[in-house]
Write a protein that binds this ligand. Structure first.
Ligand code: BGC
Length: 755
């Protein structure tokens, strides 16, 4: 698996005339600028010049650049500003269609009726220059078939599954005429209070990068242009509150938050979405440093930047602009090319230009970047409707993701899988009879696809002589209040094993769902406590879009299966795992904290001057352990694995070279199973403190009982580089420790020296 890297690529050549124009415009407009904006303007212009001056890398780029230049030259100001305008479908449609015909709209979002999409497309083809529209949608993990969410894709540690899922979702969505997705979300987060961790790959930049690239490949293959979002630091919002500002040191920005974006760009994402929040005091939507120096100069991004929903208008709330005109000016100058649902560019850019507060070249650049992507996407070519992938194939992928994403956190006395000798299973929890997916997103006229309930899926799999007793226990599917919990206890008393399913479904995760308390609900914990008091073996199935704090739950349940949000195919997959038809193989993409007070929490922390011990004056809590309840990378199987013979190819790792690292993994149990073999590194002595562990490779392998496989990693010296306070890459010699095992607490280790 290639390590993510951040090459500085050359930008596309947009055209020499535009370059000339740019210089003239710059001369004309500079007198009107304040000193600080002049600095940013200069920086922006310089970067734009270098972009123009760079020779086109390929013939394709050259051809596109010429087409873009000739088109921009023919556009009126209204048409140019129209290309920067992204609006939702609204009423009356007729009025919007007229705007499209007048060239005042460049892109639409959230149109999910194919017939209406056709009308907008038709309207665009009737506009003077016939510039096609982008149709954007949050086609993330659900269109018709609801897949488990991306956090679960990460838990599979199988990028090929994430790619297949993205391809399927994109395929279903592209079939209605949508051509652009606001996914993947590649925000790194160590804060499960933030509800949007469900959309990403968790806490680790390496896993995040691998998954980002896989998802981009998948969305592209399915027919949608992906958007890497939210640039950048949206997942680091203070106190886990959605939209909150983030404080991120530059070194951290480069080491931790940018790599998944870079991986997405390298895989072909040509659009990026600015974050809604502020980073280090400057909202991303007005952050020229981020959009020019970081994104375009350092990361070589060549596509266009869209604002997030109404983000330009929200610059007023951020305290950066007094009105929408000023907000629009700031955003354009900062490099935000497309205004999503803010109407700021549409309403104010012409007047801003007339008053010389923005320049023609700033507008032209934004237009050129958007048109370049439209050409690259083939939107100007003849359009034909795509066919959705066959439902059976899509369901198969959804089932496989579910199977491989569930994480077995605890399995005392081998309660799971439920033995065939077990006579009666008490299945408790309203969610066991649920087949509804809140997240379902199909277009009007389509019904939600048939979904099997856990109860039905379990019934299908009962061994001869086995039976199930079901009790809802909760008055609602989401476990907010109790129903007849006494009946649940009676059912449990009659059973040989109890399976309690609790859920954080019901839109408890996702955008705008920050939580300050991550425990099970009071009703859920009450039922769990009462069931546990029966003394019967108790299996807890947690379905959630983020890590919850399960300390109290873990004290009561003998087994815990973390099933994320299983959705269309996932309840059947749950039954497969509970009954042992499938062996669990998911691993945690985020640490599960013991309590909210430990958050933010991640495995790759920096060392402290006083590592925690029993002694008071060390880095510890008086009232809580410092370790998570379950660490990153952790997950049990119904079999066991042993790691032996860690064999780095040499003790010397070349700064510019690479080496193989071999390790033997043996299935020491009695069932076939899959294991995620993980490689971590540490730099114990370096010019700045480095994390105590960093994931640098993983491979998921299948082993039969008794089978041994040699797993080989290819560790590159450059993967151990890091960044300084200016964002400069540091590649330096020094000692390196490697660890290999089945979680971030792997113990098998070897010492190397980087030279
Ligand atoms: C979200 C984006 C999303 C957009 C459009 C915003 O509120 O932050 O992630 O793509 O809405 O639906």
């Amino acid at each position: 698996m290639p390590a993510p890297h951040m090459p500085i690529e050359r930008g596309p050549r947009i055209g020499t005339n535009l370059l000339r124009q740019s210089r003239t415009q710059f001369k004309k407009s500079r007198v009107c600028l304040t000193r600080s904006s002049l600095i940013w303007f200069l920086l922006a212009q310089l970067l734009a010049w270098s972009t123009f001056a760079a020779a086109a890398d390929t013939q394709h780029e050259q051809i596109v650049a010429e087409k873009v230049e000739s088109l921009v030259a023919r556009m009126t100001l209204t048409e140019k500003i129209g290309q920067l305008n992204l609006i939702s479908q609204g009423e009356p449609v007729e009025e919007q269609l007229a705007s499209v015909r007048a060239g005042r709209v460049g892109a639409m979002l959230n149109v999910v009726d194919p017939a209406i999409i056709d009308r907008y497309r038709e309207a665009a083809s009737q506009s003077r220059l016939k510039i096609p529209l982008l149709f954007g949608l949050d086609a993330v993990d659900v269109f018709r078939i609801a897949f488990p969410p991306p956090i679960a894709w990460a838990a599979t540690f199988r990028p090929e599954l994430a790619e297949a899922a993205s391809r399927s979702v994109a395929g279903e969505t592209a079939a209605i005429g949508v051509n652009w997705t606001f996914a993947p979300m590649v925000d790194i987060s160590r804060d499960p209070r933030w509800g949007r961790v469900v959309e990403g790959a968790g806490e680790d930049p390496y896993l995040g990068s691998v998954m980002a690239a896989a998802r981009v490949r998948g969305y592209l293959a399915g027919g949608l242009m992906p958007t890497a979002k939210h640039f950048v630091g949206y997942g680091a919002g203070e106190s886990g509150r959605d939209y909150n500002g983030a404080l991120i040191p530059t070194s951290d920005l480069y080491d931790r938050y940018l790599p998944p974006f870079q991986a997405a760009f390298n895989a072909g994402a040509q659009t990026v979405m600015g974050a809604l929040n502020a980073i280090n005091g400057v909202p991303a939507t007005a952050n020229a440093f981020l959009m020019y120096r970081v994104l375009r100069r350092d990361m070589g991004f060549k596509g266009f930047v869209t604002s997030d929903y109404n983000a330009i208008g929200e610059l007023i709330n951020h305290g950066l602009a007094a009105d929408l005109a000023a907000a629009s000016r700031l955003a354009l100058k900062a490099g935000i090319d497309l205004d999503m649902e803010g109407y700021g560019y549409d309403r104010h850019l012409a007047a801003e230009l007339a008053a010389s507060r923005v320049t023609q070249i700033q507008i032209d650049h934004a237009v050129a970047r958007i048109l370049t992507v439209k050409f690259n996407m083939g939107l100007f070519d003849e359009w034909s409707r795509k066919t959705a992938p066959p439902e059976a194939e899509t369901r198969k992928i959804a089932r496989q993701i579910a199977r491989e994403s569930f994480v077995l956190l605890k399995n005392d006395n081998t309660v799971l899988p439920i033995a065939t000798g077990v006579k009666t299973i008490a299945l408790i929890g309203d969610a066991a009879k649920t087949d509804f997916d809140e997240s379902w997103y199909g277009p009007a006229g389509l019904t939600q696809p048939a979904t099997q309930t856990l109860y039905d899926a379990m019934k299908e799999r009962l061994a001869p002589g086995q039976s199930i007793v079901y009790e809802p226990a909760f008055a609602d599917r989401c476990g907010k209040s109790l129903a007849d919990d006494a009946a649940a206890v009676r059912a449990a008393e009659r059973a040989d094993v109890i399976v309690l399913i609790v859920t954080e479904d019901c839109e408890f995760s996702g955008e705008g769902t920050s939580r300050a308390n991550l425990d099970l609900s009071t009703a859920q914990q009450t039922v769990l406590d009462r069931l546990s008091a029966t003394g019967k073996p108790l299996v807890l199935v947690v379905t959630a879009g983020r890590p919850l704090t399960l300390t109290a739950a873990a004290a009561k349940a003998q087994a815990i299966l973390y099933a994320w949000l299983p959705r269309t195919e996932g309840r059947a997959a749950l039954a497969e795992i509970l009954t042992g038809e499938v062996n669990p193989s998911g691993k945690l993409p985020m640490s599960l904290p013991r309590s909210v007070g430990q958050i933010p929490i991640s495995y790759d922390v920096l060392p402290t001057s006083r590592p925690p011990t029993e002694s008071r004056y060390t880095s510890r809590y008086l009232d809580e352990n410092v370790t998570p309840l379950y660490p990153f990378g952790f997950g049990l199987s119904y079999t066991t694995f042993e790691y032996t013979k860690l064999r780095p190819q040499s003790v010397v790792l070349d700064l510019a070279g690479s080496m193989f690292i071999d390790v033997d993994v043996t299935n020491t149990g009695s069932r076939s199973g899959q294991e995620v073999v993980q490689l971590y590194v540490r730099r114990p002595v370096a010019s700045r403190s480095r994390p105590i562990r960093e994931l640098k490779g993983f491979q998921k392998i299948a082993l039969r009982p008794g089978e041994t496989r040699t797993v080989r990693f290819d560790l590159h010296g450059r993967a151990l580089a890091f960044h300084d306070d200016e964002g400069k890459r540091v590649e330096e010699p020094g000692p390196v420790q490697i660890f290999v095992g089945g979680s971030s607490q792997a113990t098998l280790s070897a010492d190397l020296v980087m030279k």
